[in-house]
Design a protein around this ligand. Sequence first.
Ligand code: ZN
Length: 312
Amino acid sequence: MTDLPARRLLLVHAHPDDESINNGATMARYAAEGALVTLVTCTLGEEGEVIPPGLAHLAPDREDRLGPHRVGELAAAMAELGVTDHRFLGGAGRFRDSGMMGVAQNERPGAFWSTPVDEAAAPLVEIVREVRPQVLVTYDPDGGYGHPDHIQAHRVAMRAAELAADPAHRPELGPAHAVAKIYWNRVPRPVAEAGFARLAAEGSAFPADAALGDVPGVVDEDRITAEIDGGPLGSGGSYADRKSAAMAAHATQVAVDGPFFALSNDLGQPLFTTEYYELVHGTPGAPAGTRETDLFAGLPAAEEAPREVTGR
Ligand SMILES: [Zn+2]
């Protein structure tokens, strides 16, 4: 394992686009600093709605070719972020998008939501033992906002971290590895409120605005333990700029308008250039009452000086 970079970050997400919306600035930063950034996406997002009218034929109720199209969108987004290690859980198409909670697709054979957690966790255990991340990022137990695939991604990620650390669990999947720190994606309520206030004041290209309740992972400020500042949008080369470009690469799912964006519901919402996290496993690397500004803070094995940041 000596050929692995010193710092290794694993992110587990439900659909293509979730990674860019939640963690795009963070991923761009660590990739630029020479860390190994591994993205595992659990489904192809086959049940998504399609924004561009010219691509509406891809939709699941028509040609059902949205999944393969989104594989290409994800690749383009990762190119924007400088992330080269992106994988689909169990291989592309192994688990299918389950649709929104309560629809018939939830129980469809092969749907991610209807797959037993340990079955879906097995290929992730193998990845954890291969890339040996110090840091894992995923959703909270509600999946941030209740989507079945997001809830399942949380369960699978947490279970895989547990199983990967157990030397007695399936040694054929690789030598045991314990993830040092696990974070859940968060947005502090005051930050979300300020974002919607700006949206209301400035307006956007979208016909109406979303509500704060539409933003996944919003919690009170005191739950936040780490923040990664992507810098200003529009500065020409900030991590926030890369995040914005990565989100726009998911063109069937996301429309970006400066500091705002919309999903297929065409409701404007703030694009957060700083990303926030809650440490739920491991030791904080910042004094009590302060926030970490590095997800690897406090990890001796990962504290070597990062490589010089390269422009692009
Ligand atoms: Zn999603």
